[in-house]
Design a protein around this ligand. Structure first.
Ligand code: SAM
Length: 290
């Protein structure tokens, strides 16, 4: 059975009286090449643990199970659980958990699998994410310091453009700096909307986010760094002198002093700053006033 074939999805819908949920972002992949590209892009080894977010009817799950030691798939929709038991019944290295990924402690899953000795390699997260939770999922994994090697996920093209953007780019913003602080970002492939059932309104991109072993900048306080980014991009049309006023309760005069100290011109905008310049400002804020 070709799990990814539109006729299979139709057959499953009829036999299980399953209705695709728009609110859960259920757009399923129907193209074998796309599945292969995601699995190849995730660089899964035979001793790895793969955690999949939102398996749907299990197309990526089955492909990952062929390459990995163990696959844990976290699916929120309880109606998909009996379907996944059927479609993935032939694999003994897959476990499906019926839970909301945003309420799931991924480190706990990893520790349980480690203790059970189901894998000896690295941990890789994969998924074709519902568009509305892409950013919260990525940021919660990165901010909570979940011990994963990489996150390879399909997302709305516009979100991927923001994540991989560089200083000066139209799409460069807080999300670009935050993700690039934690990860090396690499585009795996772009995916047209035509390969999904049902067809979404937007095209997609698969990104591989390789979690850095060492951060690209030394920070006195991550909290101050993220606060500076938030303020800077919060009013991106304003100059740094204006957009940073108020960060950590600092006055305009104090921001002027900090910018002079770091050698960054007052009239620049956040969208022109690279991560090192944000770090210099944040460290100056943290050292003096944080
Ligand atoms: N992986 C399948 C594929 O590529 O064909 C399905 C992808 S579909 C875009 C997204 C999947 O994520 C759906 O199965 C949906 O039910 C599930 N999902 C949505 N929100 C979720 C959440 N908060 N936690 C876990 N799974 C979720």
């Amino acid at each position: 059975m070709k799990l990814y074939a539109p006729s299979t999805i139709q057959d499953i819908k009829e036999r299980h009286d399953f209705k695709l949920s728009k609110s859960l972002g259920q757009n399923f992949i129907t193209d074998r090449n796309v599945i292969e590209k995601i699995i190849d892009g995730a660089e899964i080894n035979s001793d790895d643990l793969v955690i999949e977010i939102g398996p749907g009817i299990g197309v990526l799950t089955a492909a990952a199970a062929e390459s990995a030691a163990r696959v844990i798939a976290v699916e929120i929709d309880k109606k998909l659980i009996p379907i996944l038991s059927e479609t993935l019944g032939g694999y003994d290295n897959i476990k499906v958990i019926n839970r909301d990924i945003l309420k799931t402690d991924i480190n706990e899953i990893i520790n349980e699998e480690k203790e059970a000795g189901t894998f000896s390699g690295r941990v890789k997260i994969i998924g074709n994410l519902p568009y509305y939770i892409t950013t919260p999922i990525i940021m919660s994994i990165l901010e909570r310091g979940v011990s994963v090697d990489s996150i390879t996920i399909m997302m709305q093209k516009e979100v991927a453009d923001r994540i991989k953007s560089s200083p000066g780019g139209k799409t460069y913003g807080a999300l670009s700096v935050a993700v690039q602080y934690y990860c090396d970002v690499h585009q795996v492939t772009s995916v047209p909307k035509e390969v999904f059932v049902p067809r979404p309104k937007v095209d997609s991109t698969v990104l591989q986010l390789s979690v850095r072993k060492e951060r690209p900048v030394d920070l006195i306080s991550e909290k101050v760094f993220f606060s500076c980014i938030k303020h800077g991009f919060g009013q991106r049309r304003k100059t740094l002198l204006n957009s940073l006023t108020g960060v950590c309760g600092l006055s305009k005069d104090q921001i002027r002093e900090i910018l002079s100290e770091t050698g960054i011109e007052f009239n620049r905008r956040a969208e022109t700053l690279d991560i090192k310049e944000f770090a210099a400002i944040a460290n100056s804020v943290a050292a003096c006033y944080g």
